[in-house]
Design a protein around this ligand. Sequence first.
Ligand SMILES: [Zn+2]
Length: 66
Amino acid sequence: MAEPAYVAEPCPTCGKPAAERFRPFCSGRCKDVDLHRWFSGAYAIPAEESAEDSVQERDANEKEGS
Ligand SMILES: [Zn+2]
């Protein structure tokens, strides 16, 4: 059985064929760009979830106090 040839997938950042060393990106620079993009999105989450967390923390503290 012949091994399938390595097919370079397009870089998610710029669309160039990915380099095996930086898969799935074509270069370390494109990897950084995608990473920054991902972090920007993660930090853009509204504060609603953390507000719920603090309410739960308050309940737990009250139980501990009594
Ligand atoms: Zn690229």
